[in-house]
Design a protein around this ligand. Structure first.
Ligand SMILES: [Zn+2]
Length: 116
C-alpha cells in the first residue's frame, strides 16, 4: 500500500508509514477481537468448580467434557488466545448445564423407578 500522506510504498501489514509515520490503518479494526488483549478482569470464568460438581453428582461423561473445556480457558488465556478462552468458557458452561439437566432427568427417573 502507499502512504496517503507522502506516497511512500509501505508493507501491506504496516500500521505506520515507514517514511513519515502517518497512521496507515486502524490497529483495532485490523486485528479484530481475537488479538486485542482485554484487561485481566475480562478473563472469562472457567466453570471448573461447576464442571467438577456436575461430574461427581450428575452426568460423568458430560461433566468430563465440561472439565476439558474449563481447563482450556486458562491454557488459551495464558497463550494469548483470548477469543478461544471465551469460546472454551462458553462451552464449559453449556456442558455443565447439559450435565446438570441430564443428571436431574436421570435422578427423576431413578426416583420414579424406585418408588414405583
Ligand atoms: Zn508517509
Amino acid at each position: 500500500m502507499y502512504c496517503k500522506n507522502c506516497g511512500q510504498e509501505c508493507p501491506d501489514d504496516a500500521f505506520y508509514c515507514l517514511n513519515c509515520g502517518t497512521k496507515l490503518r486502524d490497529t483495532q479494526t485490523y486485528y479484530g477481537y481475537k488479538n486485542i488483549r482485554p484487561s485481566l478482569a475480562d478473563k472469562p470464568p472457567t466453570y471448573l468448580a461447576q464442571a467438577i460438581l456436575v461430574t461427581l453428582f450428575c452426568c460423568l461423561p458430560f461433566g468430563i467434557v465440561a472439565i476439558v473445556y474449563a481447563a482450556q480457558v486458562d491454557t488459551k488465556w495464558a497463550a494469548g488466545d483470548y477469543y478461544g478462552a471465551q469460546e472454551a468458557s462458553d462451552k464449559a458452561k453449556t456442558w455443565c448445564m447439559a450435565s446438570f439437566i441430564i443428571g436431574l432427568i436421570i435422578g427423576i427417573f431413578y426416583i420414579i423407578a424406585v418408588s414405583g
